[in-house]
Design a protein around this ligand. Structure first.
Ligand SMILES: [Zn+2]
Length: 151
């Protein structure tokens, strides 16, 4: 009986913690040796650190690409309403569909006007009589504007 009593507290100091799951993604169940042991071992901790960072970065990339694709889609949609080489729409209408003017892949001057690029369009926001408007062009328009001014 005395032996058993000395074993029990010993066991408690070896394993006082509940089984837990390694949060690195391996889903291994383990009994931590210390209260602050989060991962199965340092390899798993490193894996989680590296993957966590990668995941965060790719999440930001995914969000940005999503917005760029949406912008391009909306420019295509609004541009198609006009049967001309350029379209001018109320910025409010674009924003109502979650267009974000701060997302673009580059910029280009046409004359003295600075246009921002989406994948397939150019756009420029300006104000007229206190109303914000967005002019939409295709890169094709740019070529025509430069080479064939009389068209
Ligand atoms: Zn793990």
């Amino acid at each position: 009986m005395k032996k058993e009593e000395s074993i029990t507290p010993n066991f408690a100091t070896i394993s006082p913690h509940k089984e837990r799951m390694c949060p690195c993604g391996c889903e291994t169940m383990f009994i931590p040796r210390r209260r602050d042991q989060v991962y199965l071992n340092s390899n798993h901790a490193n894996h989680a650190y590296n993957n966590g960072k990668r995941k965060q970065k790719s999440k930001r990339q995914v969000e940005a690409e999503k917005q760029l694709r949406l912008n391009d889609k909306l420019l295509a949609k609004f541009y198609s309403y006009f049967k001309k080489t350029e379209a001018v729409v109320l910025s409010l209408n674009l924003k109502a569909e979650d267009f974000d003017h701060s997302f673009f892949i580059g910029h280009s001057f046409i004359g003295e006007e600075l246009y921002y690029k989406s994948f397939n369009y150019l756009f420029r926001e300006y104000e007229k009589d206190g109303i914000k408007l967005t002019k939409i062009l295709t890169p094709k328009t740019k070529v025509y504007a430069k080479r064939r001014r009389t068209d």
